[in-house]
Ligand binder design. Structure first.
Ligand SMILES: *[C@@H]1O[C@H](CO)[C@@H](O)[C@H](O)[C@H]1NC(C)=O
Ligand SMILES: *[C@@H]1O[C@H](CO)[C@@H](O)[C@H](O)[C@H]1NC(C)=O
Ligand SMILES: *[C@@H]1O[C@H](CO)[C@@H](O)[C@H](O)[C@H]1NC(C)=O
Ligand SMILES: [Zn+2]
Ligand SMILES: [Zn+2]
Length: 365
């Protein structure tokens, strides 16, 4: 048996350990990205500028604190192992916790309350007709920039290498005096050239990204093609475009088109077109054939009697599936092309002549 005070302590730690995750509504194993996303969502919702309901501010403060801890890998580790108490000990009894409004400001990028959205990328993406017909999952890769995971997008070798710019005292701007007349000065504000207006300078660059803040990355995705997806349909992968500390990532947008293939089925919206070549005997006497559809199923095509060259037969329900309407299909149009033999043997010629003569004789009766 554990002494009761230890039990109480363990219990307290467990309760505390669950809390920050609960506040951000994320799992204990949530990635940095998930935590950022959760903070982004919740902090906007509960910001007292936006949410005038009672208690919104307290909630906002709680959310900022949870994010402050969970977004810092060292603090998070301590918190996971030793709970709130351990963290307080680590923070050295300093009462000062990060100002929740500063957390918010720095998250959403300095002076703006709203994060700027980065560029989205639009790509034409071709799928073959079989996939557009039956649906399917197509894997593809995208080369993009992601935040360097070593410096988490700061560009500095460590947090200690980020210094307040001494030239502008972190303001990003400087006041300069200009003499406009002898003895008369005007003050104007210019962007600090030491720090480029950022207010911070980096002493040692991150060795992983050479201070670029982002690195090249090949990301894998899979596109779910739904049966009958219309031409030009856009599929959005939200927030998956290039990452940067300066913006909220834009989207990857795929505009899906059906590949044009020679000789097979052709598609127009929910209709399918097929060309079938038959012999003169079949054109005259009728026939039965089997057509293999895009997913391999067999469609019997049957003609009784004469089929004229260029005749188009409509086969109901064998066209493309109707997008988002399970069990509905367009029609299939089969156009017949009749080929004549290159040569007719003397024997065949005699038989044909007889056949045509007798039929025409018959007609005269
Ligand atoms: C403001 O806070 C209330 C709870 O007090 C919450 O239910 C509501 O969703 C918040 N408002 C907005 C706009 O998010
Ligand atoms: C269509 O693409 C899929 C892969 O996405 C492939 O498995 C299939 O063989 C292709 N079909 C044709 C007719 O090219
Ligand atoms: C068409 O396919 C069916 C089986 O799906 C088969 O029984 C039939 O003989 C085939 N007909 C022709 C003309 O090939
Ligand atoms: Zn880096
Ligand atoms: Zn400066």
């Amino acid at each position: 048996m554990l002494p009761s005070f230890l039990l109480a302590l363990t219990w307290a730690v467990l309760v505390a350990a669950a809390d920050y995750y609960k506040i951000l509504d994320v799992h204990n194993s949530a990635s940095d990205k998930d935590i950022r996303a959760a903070y982004k969502r919740l902090s906007k919702k509960w910001h007292p500028d936006k949410n005038k309901s009672a208690g919104a501010e307290d909630k906002f403060v709680e959310i900022a604190r949870a994010y402050e801890v969970l977004s810092d890998s060292q603090k998070r580790q301590i918190y996971d192992r030793h709970g709130e108490e351990g963290l307080k000990a680590h923070e050295g009894g300093q009462q000062h916790q990060a100002n929740p409004f500063d957390v918010f400001q720095s998250f959403f990028g300095g002076h703006h309350h709203q994060a700027r959205k980065g560029p989205s990328s639009l790509t034409e993406f071709e799928v073959n007709l079989s996939d557009a017909y039956a649906g399917g999952s197509i894997d593809f890769m995208v080369n993009k920039k992601i935040l360097c995971d070593h410096c988490r997008g700061s560009g500095a070798a460590s947090d200690g290498d980020i210094h307040t710019c001494t030239s502008c005292n972190g303001q990003g701007v400087k006041l300069i005096k200009q003499q406009i007349f002898p003895g008369m000065f005007a003050q104007s504000q210019v962007t600090c050239n030491e720090c480029g207006g950022r207010g911070k300078v980096i002493k040692r660059r991150c060795p992983h990204c050479q201070g670029n803040k982002v690195v090249d990355h090949t990301a894998h995705y899979s596109l779910e093609v739904d049966p009958g997806m219309p031409e030009g349909h856009e599929v959005v992968f939200e927030g998956e475009a290039d990452e940067s500390p300066d913006w909220e990532s834009g989207d990857i947008i795929l505009r899906v088109r059906t590949k044009k293939e020679k000789g097979g089925f052709r598609r127009k919206e929910t209709s399918l077109y097929w060309k079938e070549t038959i012999g003169v005997d079949e054109a005259l006497l009728g026939f039965e054939r089997n057509l293999t559809h895009l997913d391999g199923h067999i469609v019997p095509i049957v003609r009784k009697g004469v089929t004229q060259p260029g005749y188009v037969q409509t086969i109901k329900g064998q066209g493309m599936p109707v997008f988002n309407r399970p069990d509905q299909f367009g029609d299939l149009f089969v156009e017949y092309n009749v080929v004549l033999p290159i040569e007719v043997s003397p024997q065949m010629r005699r038989k044909l002549a007889e056949a045509f003569q007798s039929s025409s004789g018959h007609d005269e009766l």
